[in-house]
Design a protein around this ligand. Structure first.
Ligand code: ADP
Length: 454
């Protein structure tokens, strides 16, 4: 069953039940109030009769009862033996039980296929004739013919009005289902169109009231923005990556062709070609490796307690051994332990020291300190520095200030992009301070306790 039909059906059914309950309540309440009124009238009538009989016991006769009898009722008197010894009334066509009782009662007695009867039983002391001085039961009853026809009319009125009310309810259900389903339909349509045509179409939310459906549409639009942004980034990344791989591949290809043409007779060229192919292969493998790292670091890594002092000390030792250059580490007095991923943090420090060594010839200094629950790592070199307008761009993927120089030093333009991704994952910041001719300082700030999102 379609959602629209369901909404319409259930809302109409629900309203029908509500109307039935209300109408039944109205019907029953009306009946109760009316019968109470009839009984009250009958009680007054009975009291008046009793008064009259008390004042003048001798007048109690069939004729008196007929004149006191309600329009559709009768008056009877029963003695203790259970025999009716006097009765009177108008057109009496019903049968209600009459027993002797010393208690006053009032009730409505149901009749089969005939209007109900209101009955008052009242014990009185009889004052005349054979039964003078006896306690007898005086019964005054009245058939509720008018009420019966009123109730029938009321029944039909309520029935017809229920039917009339149902019409706008069914219409209302239709409007409600349309109101609810139109935005959902629009969403489905837009999604299908986006899928078929490869679009990034959004939903028009102008002039919409700010309800849950509006929120749903806004979330959809935000999701489209997010997906589009990510998709474009991925596209740029793939095109950048293939562009970067093109250079080493074309170098390898041109050396191979050169060797094919005149390599065999030229040992010098063979050597040169072998070296170039080897170094370009290294470059490609480094590029691919770094691209993988970049893709991997986008995902949350497991967190642990990392001792930054030990971590930096170990990385510095590796560089001192491998490059034989002066790398100084200015340690803090106490250890700094933060929550993070050890391998990733090591990679950040590695990238920064590696760059500092690559782009300078003098010593490199690393400083670690703690301030406001933040660990601060400074990596300083005394190299050529980075021009101010380039300082923000160097964190972009594949961006290099001096392409030729970076190529010579084996740079891929991915190191700082990787460092920035990792630092961001740790809810920290990375920035650079640099002056041409004086060198550069890369500053990494990392919160000691990161807000758990892993
Ligand atoms: P690369 O692999 O080329 O070093 P990076 O992303 O690590 O890639 O750095 C991007 C560019 O930023 C480098 O090509 C270089 O031009 C510049 N750069 C990075 N570190 C330094 C530094 N310490 N001194 C001068 N320039 C630097």
């Amino acid at each position: 069953m379609k959602l629209k039909t369901k909404i319409q059906l259930y809302s109409s059914l629900f309203m029908l039940i509500v109307i039935l309950i209300i109408n039944t309540a109205i019907y029953m309440l009306f009946y109760k109030i009316s019968t109470d009124g009839y009984l009250e009238d009958l009680v007054h009538q009975t009291e008046r009769l009793v008064e009259t009989i008390k004042k003048q016991p001798d007048v109690a006769s069939k004729e008196l009862f007929r004149s006191f009898s309600p329009q559709q009722g009768m008056i009877r008197v029963v003695n203790q033996a259970g025999t009716v010894f006097i009765s009177g009334g108008q057109a009496v066509k019903y049968d209600v039980p009459l027993d002797f009782s010393t208690k006053e009662t009032q009730q409505i007695i149901k009749q089969k296929n005939a209007p109900n009867v209101a009955v008052i039983n009242k014990p009185v002391i009889w004052g005349t004739g054979r039964h003078a001085g006896e306690v007898v039961t005086l019964q005054v009853s009245n058939q509720l013919t008018t009420l019966d026809s009123t109730m029938t009319t009321l029944f039909y009125v309520l029935l017809v009005s229920s039917g009339i009310i149902l019409v706008p309810i069914i219409f209302g259900g239709n409007i409600l289902s349309r109101f609810l389903l139109n935005p959902i339909k629009m969403l489905i349509q837009t999604m299908q169109e986006n899928m078929k045509k490869g679009n990034w179409k959004k939903i028009n939310v102008e002039n919409r009231s700010r309800d849950e459906l509006y929120e749903m549409e806004m979330t959809f639009n935000e999701m489209i923005d997010y997906l589009k942004d990510n998709f474009e980034k991925q596209e740029i990344f793939v095109s950048d990556a293939s562009h970067e791989l093109k250079t080493p591949i074309s170098i390898v290809k041109s050396y191979a062709q050169l060797l094919k043409r005149r390599g065999i007779d030229n040992p010098k060229l063979v050597k040169e070609a072998m070296e170039a192919i080897d170094s370009e292969a290294d470059r490609m493998s480094k590029l691919v490796e770094q691209m993988l790292v970049l893709a991997k670091n986008k995902h949350a890594a497991s967190m642990e307690q990392v001792d930054l002092v030990t971590l930096i000390e170990e990385t510095v030792k590796t560089f001192q051994g491998a490059y034989g250059r002066e790398v100084r580490f200015h340690k803090p007095e106490s250890s700094i332990i933060l929550t993070g991923n050890k391998d990733q943090l090591e990679q950040v420090i590695y990238i920064l020291i590696d760059n500092a060594l690559k782009y300078s010839n003098d010593r490199v200094e690393i400083r670690l300190s703690e301030k406001n629950k933040q660990a601060i790592i400074n990596v300083r070199d005394y190299g050529s520095g980075i021009p101010e307008q380039e300082q923000n761009r160097i964190f972009e993927r594949f961006y290099r200030v001096d392409k030729a120089r970076s190529r010579d030093t084996g740079g891929t333009g991915l190191g700082l992009a990787i460092a920035r991704t990792i630092v961001k994952e740790h809810q920290g910041e990375i920035r650079v301070k640099s002056k041409m001719g004086e060198g550069s300082t890369f500053i990494v700030t990392l919160p000691i306790e990161i807000l758990s999102k892993f």
